[in-house]
Design a protein around this ligand. Structure first.
Ligand SMILES: C[S@@+](CC[C@H](N)C(=O)[O-])C[C@H]1O[C@@H](n2cnc3c(N)ncnc32)[C@H](O)[C@@H]1O
Length: 252
């Protein structure tokens, strides 16, 4: 199949069925936005990213969708704990003939030594706040305030990181942590998200309400905001947008 045909054929995420087991992360609204952030802020603009690492590839569709719409010619190495998600990702990578540009490893991202590898990190990380990971999908647990994994990723020391940040998972603490690690905010995109199946779980909603009382969660009865944030360690940035980003993420 030639590339023109591939480009005109968007990947449609099918709902969980006999062929797509339930425990695969399934939130088309969120995955689509992650894909759009990758396309606009990473794959179509980066000059320093021949090699990208991804935490939590899921079923691979966000990266695949964005690769099909970009001229990116480097390699993205995804890591995904869930073996069924990996199988689906592998199937899609082969179907779209992207094996030379996207590889998904069925492994824990944190088991690799990232000290000397991975200069460019991308992720839509787990960010559900809850007292423990006894959740519908435990792999989506982001610690008691939802920001633990995001902070761990910011602590690895990559030069660039494009991470999805939710307004109910201590966004200010997360951005301040990034700044303390030497990052600046180069770019961001935001989108309203409705509370879906995972974030509507009573344990999660209760924790989110507690976080709001402590000034660590921002949302309305209808929506929260999800931001794709491009963090850079480079000192050559024209402007650091962290102040503007915090204002927008705390407005609800
Ligand atoms: C919010 S989902 C995002 C999936 C996909 N990137 C998307 O946006 O559709 C987070 C993913 O991270 C995976 N995950 C959680 N902990 C992980 C770890 N330590 N190593 C690799 N993947 C992990 C989960 O299994 C889940 O698929």
């Amino acid at each position: 199949m030639n590339r023109a045909l591939l480009r005109s054929k968007p990947i449609v995420k099918t709902p969980p069925s006999d062929h797509v087991p339930q425990e695969i992360f399934f939130c088309p609204e969120e995955s689509l936005f992650y894909s759009q952030c990758l396309e606009r802020m990473v794959l179509n603009t980066c000059e320093d990213c021949n090699s990208i690492v991804e935490f939590g590839a899921g079923d691979g569709s966000p990266v695949i969708n964005s690769l099909l719409k970009s001229q990116f010619s480097g390699l993205i190495q995804g890591y995904e704990l869930n073996s069924k998600s990996c199988e689906v990702a592998q199937f899609r990578i082969e179907r779209y003939k992207l094996s030379d540009r996207y590889v998904v490893h069925n492994a824990c991202f944190f088991q690799r030594d990232w000290q000397s590898k991975g200069n460019y990190l991308i992720s839509n990380p787990p960010y559900l706040p809850a007292i423990n990971n006894d959740l519908y999908m435990p792999a989506l647990h982001g610690g008691t305030d939802g920001s633990s994994i995001t902070k761990q990723l910011l602590g690895i020391g990559c030069q660039s990181a494009m991470l999805m940040i939710s307004t109910y998972s201590d966004p200010v603490g997360t951005i301040e942590y990034a700044i303390a690690q030497g990052y600046q905010v180069q770019d961001f995109m935001t989108s309203p998200m409705s509370f879906g199946r995972y974030s509507s779980e009573p344990k999660v909603r209760q924790r989110i309400a507690e976080l709001r009382r402590h000034g660590k969660a921002f949302y309305s009865s209808n929506i929260y905001i999800l931001a794709g944030v491009l963090f850079k360690k480079s000192r050559k940035l024209k402007a650091d947008l962290s102040t503007e980003l915090i204002k927008i993420l705390t407005a609800l």
